[in-house]
Design a protein around this ligand. Structure first.
Ligand code: HEC
Length: 278
């Protein structure tokens, strides 16, 4: 009997898995956009870069007031100093990135076909450090987030352009990220998509849940709850914890794949990081 249950579970499982899944990022993106366009017919594509503030006039006004004296300004200044300070070997961050690291954040995450993995800006910052004999920095907040915030600030207004090359590994990474976005998790059994697609724009406790489209445009972001600037993946971990699911390690393969999918959805939107959020 036990064996039978097991077998039927396996059958159900395999039926699920055998649904042909030809990764088609462009049509996924079209579907997400069509969904939101129908749901929020009064806002433009660009407005999605403002997250929940695009959906609520009151919250938007408060936010605009905060942005008059941006709470992330010190982090950007500090990030610039760190970015420009040479490593012990005389090299610097600029030597690790295209265009000396300036105005390039809109192209990340990237898929590296050589090492077969997704490279986010934060991951690349630490790769740069370790390949130059410097210690890796903690992901999430602090110096690494400041450097990333500075790099974002030099890329403002640039149009997000995440490329998914026609490569088996790249498509698999994208699919894994997409799966994570739609997979229900944690004791509350909720997916990212539950809150940020299905009920996006709704009120959850004191907050309006932002649409998945455009959520990545302004990171690293200053949050009053963090009292500092923090990275996108720190936010992922926070949202996982909210539904009482165990978060992954920051910059784990899982979160880098998630960021790949998530940022691809924002293609065509202007980068406006760093930003501030409640
Ligand atoms: C239980 C509902 C819930 C789930 C599930 C959830 N989030 Fe969130 N998330 C929120 C709320 C509430 C906020 C704060 C308001 C907002 O959306 O900006 C938020 C904020 C965010 C933000 C910041 C948005 C911004 O404009 O700064 C990102 C990014 C994010 N979530 C991503 C995710 C991802 C990725 C997942 C899945 C791993 C996820 N969330 C799962 C409720 C949820």
């Amino acid at each position: 009997m036990k064996g039978l249950t097991c077998l039927s579970a396996m059958l159900v499982g395999s039926l699920f898995i055998s649904v042909p899944s030809f990764a088609d990022p462009q049509s996924d993106s079209d579907d997400v956009r069509a969904f939101f366009q129908k749901r929020f017919s009064n806002i433009t594509l660009e407005d999605y870069a403002d997250g929940a503030y695009a959906l609520n006039e009151n919250a938007r006004m408060q936010w605009e007031e905060i942005e008059e004296f941006p709470p992330y300004e010190d982090a950007v200044d500090e990030g610039m100093v760190l970015f420009e300070t040479p490593f012990a070997n005389g090299k610097s961050y600029a030597t690790c990135f295209p265009n000396g690291g300036i105005g390039i954040k809109q192209n990340y995450p990237k898929y590296d076909t050589e090492t077969q993995q997704v490279i986010t800006v934060e991951y690349a910052i630490n790769q740069c450090r370790t390949s130059n004999g410097e210690a890796a920095l903690p992901y999430g907040q602090g110096e690494l987030a400041y450097v990333s915030a500075y790099m974002a600030s030099t890329s403002r207004e640039n149009i997000i352009n995440v490329v998914i090359p026609d490569d088996e590994g790249a498509l698999a990474a994208y699919e894994a990220g997409k799966k994570m976005f739609y997979e229900r998790k944690g004791q509350l059994n909720m997916a990212c998509a539950t809150c940020h697609i299905s009920i996006a724009g709704g009120q959850l406790r004191a907050e309006i849940t932002s649409p998945a489209l455009g959520q990545t445009t302004h990171f690293p972001a200053f949050r009053f709850g963090w009292d500092d600037i923090g990275t996108l993946q720190k936010r992922y971990a926070g949202c996982n914890t909210q539904v009482r699911a165990k978060p992954f390690a920051l910059q784990s393969e899982e979160y880098r794949n998630l960021e790949y999918f998530h940022t691809y959805m924002a293609n065509g939107l202007p980068l406006n990081g760093p930003g501030s959020r409640k």
